[in-house]
Design a protein around this ligand. Structure first.
Ligand SMILES: *Cc1c(COP(=O)(O)O)cnc(C)c1O
Length: 468
């Protein structure tokens, strides 16, 4: 501790952590000496590097574990890499509202307690009611279930929580009718039958794995039925001899029998995916417009906002969910409201490029190819072979499992490293770069690499090209 190099570390890390880190380093060195691993030269070297070893230990122990990485996989909503990156506006809005106090639950006009939902519910109303004519909504009235007067939206921690809250509120103690082809597992132990059991509702499965007709639902509806549930097949497809009840028929059945119809959309896009060449993925508006009473979707999938579970539907149903005490347990904090508000405002302004995930989806193969060519020209070296090849980016995050976006990839191979070793090298760069390994090659897709991260990728690749 009297060694000036070690002592100077106490200025940044504090006395006690430096003592601890020094003890760890010395214990390791003693161990190495006792096991006879070190000759005299190696021992000299280790002793001269003590302060450096202590500093490394401190940096690892006291540095952040959660850190920024470069996603070069081309999977836009990569669940392991934090799904949707937030927009600049969202970050700025978080910074300005959470660094001090805010009106999170305070009605400034009345000077009294307010509700945290209001900040985003008003924006969802604009986005979801805009195209809904009120006559259409009035005609939706039916026995037993009040007509949705307005669409309301509440926010919980994630979509799993949204499904749990909806099932518990609407169907606890009663039956929920679901197709056997939609009893999905999303990953991370979200399984429809398990969530159903936790909610206190009873699963009433109908149809078969590959074919479920409206008549199957109809035959299962009894006085015990509380809800018809449709679940998006987010991460798989059933092809071949298949049949699925059309949403319009389920809506008609729900109306006839006076039970609500819920759809767990998972992704829940708020913009038209057909504009980027992806069809067959129902958006939130499609679902509500076709008469589905309540939809659940994630904030950080196709919506491109913070992690959240969003529940939109008729205001009467939503009010019931809101008054469930589970809602209080599942609610989100001010950071999420701030990020969500900023993200939704970008949709209202139709400024889709402000939302990183949408901007990435809209990038053309040609634009990505040009960036890839330019990078390849700068980094190819004696050790590193770089080719530009056609490939596919995917949406990820449980959206349109079979839809891909055409892209151009950098295919890397390194003289004296296997593809897995090369990928590991990239992961150990600063910041870490995450790539795909396919058919013995490392593939980088610049679709998901932010322009400002280009220089870091270039540095890492150039280092691989020159060194061994
Ligand atoms: C992703 C998904 C969920 C879970 O959403 P989280 O926001 O990850 O909790 C539930 N249902 C479906 C259909 C999904 O795609």
């Amino acid at each position: 501790m009297r060694d000036p190099a070690v002592r100077s570390l106490t200025e940044s890390y504090g006395h006690d952590p430096v003592v601890d880190a020094t003890r760890v380093v010395l214990a390791r060195l003693r161990q190495e000496i006792m096991s006879g691993l070190l000759n005299e030269d190696a021992l000299e070297l280790a002793l001269s590097g003590l302060a450096g070893a202590v500093e490394n230990g401190l940096r690892q122990a006291l540095g952040y574990s959660l850190r920024s990485v470069i996603n070069a996989t081309g999977v836009i909503l990569h669940t392991n890499l934090g799904r949707a990156p937030l927009s600049d506006a969202a970050i700025e809005h978080i910074r300005e509202t959470v660094a001090s106090y805010s009106n999170l639950e305070f009605d400034l006009a009345a000077g009294a307690r307010g509700k945290r939902d209001v900040h985003v519910d008003r924006l969802f109303q604009r986005l979801l009611n805009a195209d809904m004519d009120s006559a259409e909504l009035r005609s939706a009235g039916r026995a037993g279930v009040p007509a949705p007067t307005q669409t309301a939206t509440i926010v919980v921690n994630n979509n799993a929580a949204a499904v749990l809250l909806a099932l518990n509120t609407l169907a606890e103690g009663g039956e929920v009718v679901v197709s056997r082809g939609e009893l999905v597992e999303i990953g991370g132990s979200f399984r429809i039958p398990d969530v159903m059991a936790k909610s206190g509702a009873i699963l009433r499965e109908v149809g078969t794995t590959n074919r479920t007709r409206t008549a199957d639902y109809e035959a299962a509806v009894t006085e015990r039925t509380r809800l018809l549930l449709r679940v998006h097949r987010s991460n798989f497809e059933i092809t071949g001899f298949t049949e699925r009840a059309p949403t319009v028929e389920l809506v008609a059945l729900a109306r006839k029998r006076g039970v609500p119809l819920m759809e767990d959309l998972g992704s829940g896009a708020l913009f038209d995916l057909r504009s980027v060449g992806i069809g067959g993925e129902p958006g939130v508006l499609d679902s509500l417009r076709s008469g589905v009473d309540i939809v659940t979707y994630s904030g950080d999938k196709l919506l491109g906002g913070p992690q959240a579970g969003l529940i939109s539907g008729g205001s009467e149903l939503i009010a019931r969910l809101r008054s469930n005490s589970l809602f209080r347990a599942l609610r989100v904090d001010k950071l999420v409201y701030a990020a969500l508000e900023a993200t939704l405002l970008a949709y209202i302004r139709r400024d889709h490029d402000a939302i990183p995930t949408l901007r990435m989806m809209r990038l053309s193969k040609e634009a990505i190819g040009e960036r890839a060519e330019a990078l390849a020209a700068r980094v190819a070296g004696p050790k590193l072979k770089v080719e530009i090849v056609d490939g596919e980016s995917i949406l990820g995050g449980g959206a349109a499992p079979s839809s891909v976006l055409p892209t151009r990839l950098l295919a890397l191979s390194c003289e004296d490293l296997s593809a897995d070793e090369l990928a590991a090298r990239l992961r150990s760069s600063e910041p870490p770069i995450i790539a795909r390994v396919e058919e013995g090659r490392v593939l980088l897709d610049l679709r998901t690499v932010f322009p400002e991260q280009g220089a870091a990728v270039e540095r890492a690749l150039a280092a691989l090209g020159q060194n061994r």
